[in-house]
Design a protein around this ligand. Structure first.
Ligand code: NAP
Length: 472
């Protein structure tokens, strides 16, 4: 192993092509500016799915075109031609850590968090109890989830007061026709169209001033056609900490105002025609048990909470049962453990110090880095990931000259390895073909009577089909 890379580019592998991975790649390619002009880098991004963009393609709700638009920025970075994309390559299966260390001077893990955080209450295993993140994967056409989703419930509970709970509840309560303008796959439209849902209840365990949503996402709930929002006066409890939050935090103030206005409008307006679907927002409810019969969800029991003065909730000893036939838990995402890298099973992250992966003793593992949700946990909006990437890349550049040097740093070496193993990887050119194909599917959609929508794209879901179109 030589000790210098000065005569060749500094080779970096990034695992994951979501915003975290692409932002890190972009910042690193611009590292000429960051590190004083002496770094020549060559970056390969490996992605487990045949298509790029991670969370944007498989986590953002289809009716959020503004956020989906971040794809344009990521596309620009990957389209410049100075970063290579290898899709359908799974770290730990197709490439081991030793493979990466032999071919790259540094490896950055940007694998995000895609699983649901657990909710340990009795009945969580019943048929009809789902993870919100799994539902998101289904409606976003994730290649590894079933094409079918059981949508037979009339009344549904969604647990959690974060933006994912809002996404899940909004998609569940919207009329399928109103999602046709989005890129939803055909199987998702067909599934939602059959849904008999009438009532979706969102339950937060704390009060209106402690919600984790953001104002835009909350307001958007009222834009769904033929869906009424229902609020409950007894849930509008504000303690000292709530009053402080309303005074000092503009986002909280806006959201409390929105909720309070909706409550007042609802009380003032008995005359409006009732919608065929309702979205109920409940606060101060802690889930206690999902109840069932014959293994299937039939209801959910909550303990009513009160605020304790600090913005936290405590139980009152009063219990309430709601008849529902499905329960979705949206109590946060959780990262997945990666082979051969440490894992903090409590936080669902790779143990790291400012992005430097550390071992059990807290000592940095030379050449290994983490960024995005697998670095700091599943919190914050997509833009926050940029700051994360800056910090991680800063560490990498600082360490650069002292890192172990790859034995096979040639750009052709990794391609040879993948090909020798028969890995059916996709490329950036392949993605452009799949992208064009999906847009073409959208353009060739034949409008149905009474619904002459324009579809910009229809997602291809099947992994083999995605690979086939990409590698044609
Ligand atoms: P989140 O924002 O952390 O919200 C999790 C929610 O679950 C909180 O309301 C939390 O309540 C509740 N919860 C946790 N444990 C619970 C329990 N045992 N019982 C009842 N409730 C429980 O997580 P998220 O919604 O998964 O979102 C993750 C990140 O992605 C966030 O930063 C979010 O803003 C972002 N995101 C953004 C968008 C968007 O911009 N449109 C869309 C989706 C996601 P407590 O507060 O009481 O703990």
């Amino acid at each position: 192993m030589s000790s210098s890379t000065t005569s060749r580019p500094f080779r970096v592998a990034i695992i994951g092509s979501g915003p975290a991975g692409v932002y890190a790649a972009d910042i690193l390619t611009k590292s000429q500016e960051v590190a004083g002009g002496d770094v020549d880098v060559s970056i390969d991004i490996f992605e487990a799915y045949p298509a790029p963009y991670g969370l944007i393609r498989y986590g953002v709700a289809p009716d959020h075109p503004r956020i989906k638009g971040i794809v344009n920025a990521l596309h620009k970075v990957l389209d410049r031609g100075d970063i290579r994309f290898f899709g359908n390559v799974t770290y730990g299966r197709d490439l081991s850590l030793a493979d990466l260390q032999a071919h790259y001077d540094a490896v950055i893990f940007a694998t995000g968090a895609i699983k649901d955080a657990e909710l340990n209450i009795p009945g969580i295993e019943l048929d009809g109890s789902y993870g919100g993140a799994d539902f998101v994967s289904w409606y976003d056409g994730h290649p590894d989830v079933s094409r079918e989703w059981p949508l037979t419930a009339k009344e549904i509970a969604v647990i959690g007061n974060g933006n994912v709970a809002l996404d899940v509840a909004r998609v569940l309560s919207k009329h399928a026709e109103d999602l046709l303008v989005t890129e939803i796959p055909d199987n998702v439209y067909a599934g939602l169209k059959e849904s008999p849902v009438t009532d979706v209840h969102i339950f937060g365990r704390r009060g209106p001033a402690q919600v984790k949503f953001t104002p835009l996402e909350l307001r958007e709930l009222s834009h769904s056609r033929d869906v009424d929002i229902v609020l409950y006066e007894e849930d509008f409890d504000f303690d000292e900490a709530s009053d402080t939050a309303i005074k000092t935090n503009n986002q909280i103030k806006t959201m409390v105002n929105t909720l309070t206005n909706w409550l007042v409008e609802q009380e003032d307006d008995d005359s409006r025609p009732a919608a065929s679907r309702r979205l109920h927002l409940h606060f101060l409810h802690s889930p206690v048990e999902i109840t069932g019969e014959d293994g299937k969800v039939t209801g959910i029991k909550f303990e009513r909470n009160e605020l304790d003065g600090t913005g936290n909730a405590r139980g009152t000893g009063e219990f309430i049962d709601y008849p529902v036939q499905a329960v979705y838990r949206s109590v946060g995402y959780f990262g997945s453990e990666l082979p051969e890298v440490g894992f903090d099973a409590k936080r669902g992250v790779i143990p790291n110090d400012a992005g430097r992966v550390v071992d059990q003793d807290g000592t940095p593992v030379p050449g290994l880095y983490a960024t995005g949700w697998i670095k700091r946990g599943p919190v914050g909006l997509i833009g926050h990931t940029k700051g994360d990437a800056l910090e991680t890349i800063g560490c990498l550049l600082e360490d650069r000259l002292g890192l172990p040097v790859a034995e096979h740093p040639g750009e052709a070496d990794i391609v040879e390895l993948l090909e020798s193993r028969g890995v059916d990887y996709t490329t950036w050119e392949g993605w452009n073909k799949l992208d064009a194909h999906e847009k073409q599917l959208g353009a060739s959609y034949v409008p149905q009577p009474g619904n002459d929508v324009v579809r910009e794209r229809v997602k291809v879901v099947d992994r083999e089909e995605m690979i086939g179109i990409s590698n044609k």
